[in-house]
Design a protein around this ligand. Structure first.
Ligand code: ADP
Ligand code: ADP
Ligand code: ZN
Length: 219
């Protein structure tokens, strides 16, 4: 079973995807992470994506659809994936449906992690990750247990994203409302949409997501 996590930038998609992976045997596919890796490697796709990402706009549908199409052919995705940050436009959602059908896969759930805009600026400007293992942290909301040391791997180097600044966030929120929010009625129409309250603390959001994936009643 495959799963789409929907929600605004900073809403907690990546945080939750990582927490769900082990329990449900799913692999996180973050188009943002894949695009940042392409930028870092200096590939042709990376060169085309960099300026668009820095401006807080969406990379072209063709590029991200191509990346996902290829990634889904890798054997580690066979047990199911969590799409994190994909799809982000109706065109991407339609392409995903066609792709999954072609590959004999099934989208079990699309879950919106709902967080109002005014909370997202703080979430995003306080975000940082371990340079070694990619574990996610926050200056206020999710500090490492020992300051300056990654809980997961003991690494002591951390990175912040170039686009995680207040000015770009406003543009990314604009893109979310204009281009990605139409996916909510799209998935509702297909009968796979659920919503969780993303303003709760991290563990509570995980419990709400697990309840949906376990097929239990949320509440
Ligand atoms: P997204 O992948 O949707 O952009 P992230 O998972 O990276 O969002 O979360 C953005 C930031 O907010 C991170 O620094 C993360 O530690 C923090 N965060 C995630 N979920 C919560 C939550 N429920 N409450 C408070 N902070 C959160
Ligand atoms: P966040 O969840 O915090 O917005 P992501 O890591 O998902 O961050 O995305 C970072 C940037 O990468 C986006 O602002 C956009 O430029 C680009 N991007 C990621 N996923 C997609 C996608 N599915 N379609 C188009 N652009 C994307
Ligand atoms: Zn680490």
């Amino acid at each position: 079973m495959d799963l789409v996590l929907l929600g605004p930038p900073g809403g907690g998609k990546g945080t939750q995807a990582k927490r769900l992976m082990d329990k449900f045997g799913l692999v996180q596919l973050s188009t943002g992470d894949m695009l940042r890796a392409a930028v870092a490697s200096g590939s042709e796709i990376g060169k085309r994506a960099k300026a668009v990402m820095d401006a807080g706009q969406l990379v072209s549908d063709d590029i991200v659809i191509g990346i996902i199409d290829e990634r889904l052919d890798a054997p580690d995705t066979k047990g199911g994936v969590i799409f994190d940050g994909f799809p982000r436009t109706v065109a991407q959602a339609e392409a995903l449906d066609a792709m999954l059908a072609r590959k004999g896969r099934r989208l079990g759930h699309a879950i919106e992690i709902r967080v109002p805009d005014q909370l997202l600026i703080d979430r995003i400007t306080g975000r940082f990750t371990c340079a070694k293992c990619g574990a996610g942290y926050h200056d206020q909301f999710q500090k490492p247990k020992a300051a300056g040391v990654c809980d997961k791997c003991g690494g002591t180097e951390f990175v912040r994203r170039a686009d995680d600044n207040a000015e770009t966030v406003t543009k990314r929120l604009g893109a979310y409302h204009a281009q990605t929010a139409p996916l909510l009625p799209y998935y509702e129409g297909k009968g796979v949409l659920s919503v969780v309250d993303g303003t709760q603390d991290i563990a509570e959001v995980t419990r709400a997501l697990e309840a949906i994936l376990d097929g239990a009643k949320v509440g």
